[in-house]
Design a protein around this ligand. Structure first.
Ligand code: GLU
Length: 440
């Protein structure tokens, strides 16, 4: 194979979703696999629909998610070259200026540049879809520029692909219909044709096209929510590609070695947020303690950050156990989930009563727990605390003891078990919370 050059050519006209970055990642991986080059080209030619903030967003996502590119270009900066190629087509009688009434109903006559269609059958072999033939007669003399200074999409794409040395055009199915026009322009300019690769779309779980309306989440939003970039990349890579084995977790380095376009499926691939959550939880498990701490601290509400280092260290596994992504820490905090680590919970006293007990019985159990714990001088760990209380709980009924113990500490119907809570709160605070209830 000759030196492979691929590109990802997004139009910054809106937030970009999973499907777009999957295209980018496939093009990147294919280039890496073959020691080629991967180019990022921002297609901002259509100035009416272009928004600079979306260009910034694309660069930001590439940086955070970690897809490196070898070169990047801004298409509008190539205007002089597009103009030159337009002029060449006109001079060679392959395009012409046509005076036409503007479509806005103003009656103004404008110079539009149309391509002189040779009206032939264009056939190309798509690496995924196989041979595709189109009778271009149906396309007529299509417009390639609004005027000499405003080339349109097809011309700009062809000139840039050629000038940037791109020999593999990897993009989604949606562009299949554009390819015959672009091939005609390539031919008219005497440019060699690239290999075309049209990827099947990434679909929503109901197998329809992903759309904003159907809850398609911009990738930047996933990153802001605290999904791990590696988990996102792993998930999107398996959208429409698999290595033919059972393996699901891949490092970047592995993918760069094993990815190839021949294993890309022909049918649309479904993106499922459940799957992303699964991958993310798996990737969280792979983080070191320090990395876990850094991630948690990024999303931890201020009042929890003020807890002692020791408490935070113990709290981290408890927090991580329940989340799919780090941004959920904020959601849980907003629902008051961690309040009981910061201050004594407030609740009606009869809440501590286990269903088969009376308030007095529950208080008796709590008193017993209090006494056993105060006498305990071993390690203040989940296991240690459990060993103190367990036999008693087993003898009188686990729920009868553990429910009031847990409720006293957290004040919530759902929370980690009382041993975990006590180990985080510390001995003094645990005893203080129990005494507080006993004195009521
Ligand atoms: N700029 C086009 C888009 O965002 C892609 C062009 C191409 O890949 O050829 O849809």
């Amino acid at each position: 194979m000759n030196h492979i050059v691929t590109r990802f050519a997004p139009s910054p006209t809106g937030h970009m979703h999973i499907g777009s970055y999957r295209t980018a990642f496939f093009a990147y991986l294919f280039a890496r696999k073959h020691n080629g080059k991967f180019i990022l080209r921002i297609e901002d030619t259509d100035r009416n629909r272009y928004e600079p903030e979306y260009t910034e967003e694309i660069f930001k996502v590439f940086e955070i998610i970690g897809i490196p590119y070898d070169e990047s270009y801004i298409q509008s900066e190539n205007l002089p070259r597009h103009r030159e190629m337009l002029q060449k087509l006109i001079d060679e009688d392959k395009a012409y200026i046509s005076k036409e009434e503007a479509k806005d109903g103003s009656g103004v006559i404008k110079d539009i540049i149309r391509f002189k269609n040779p009206n032939k059958i264009v056939t190309f072999t798509d690496l995924i879809r196989g041979e595709i033939s189109t009778d271009t007669t149906d396309l007529g003399d299509f417009v390639i520029a609004k005027n000499i200074n405003e080339p349109l999409f097809h011309l700009a794409v062809v000139v840039d692909d050629h000038d940037e040395g791109i020999n593999y055009v990897i993009r989604t199915d949606e562009h299949v219909a554009n390819t015959p026009r672009q091939i005609l322009i390539h031919e008219a300019l005497g440019f060699p044709l690239p290999q075309y690769v049209h990827l099947p779309l990434v679909l929503a779980p109901d197998k329809t096209k992903m759309s904003k309306r159907k809850g398609a989440v911009p990738v930047i939003e996933y990153l802001n929510r605290g999904y791990l970039p590696a988990a996102l990349l792993n998930t999107i890579c398996l959208c429409g590609w698999n290595p033919g084995t059972e393996q699901e977790i891949f490092t970047r380095e592995e993918l760069e070695k094993i990815f190839d376009l021949d294993k890309v499926q022909k049918a649309g691939a479904i993106f499922n947020e459940e799957k992303l959550n699964w991958f993310n939880r798996e990737y969280i498990k792979l983080l070191s303690d320090d990395e876990k701490k850094n991630w948690v601290m990024k999303y931890l509400p201020e009042q929890l950050k003020e807890l002692s280092d020791d408490m935070i260290t113990k709290l981290i596994p408890v927090i991580i156990e329940r989340i799919n992504y780090f941004g959920e820490i904020k959601d849980f905090a907003d629902q008051g989930e961690y309040d009981y680590f910061v201050s004594k919970p407030e609740f009606a006293i009869d809440k501590i009563v286990w269903k088969t007990d009376t308030l007095d019985q529950s208080k008796t159990h709590l008193q017993k727990v209090h006494d056993m714990i105060s006498e305990y001088s071993g390690d203040w760990t989940t296991e240690g605390i459990k060993s103190v209380v367990w036999d008693y709980a087993e003898s009188v009924g686990r729920g009868n003891v553990l429910w009031p113990f847990r409720y006293t500490l957290s004040g919530r119907d759902k929370s980690p078990d009382p041993f975990v809570l006590a180990s985080i709160l510390g001995k003094e605070e645990t005893l203080a919370r129990i005494s507080n209830i006993l004195n009521k």
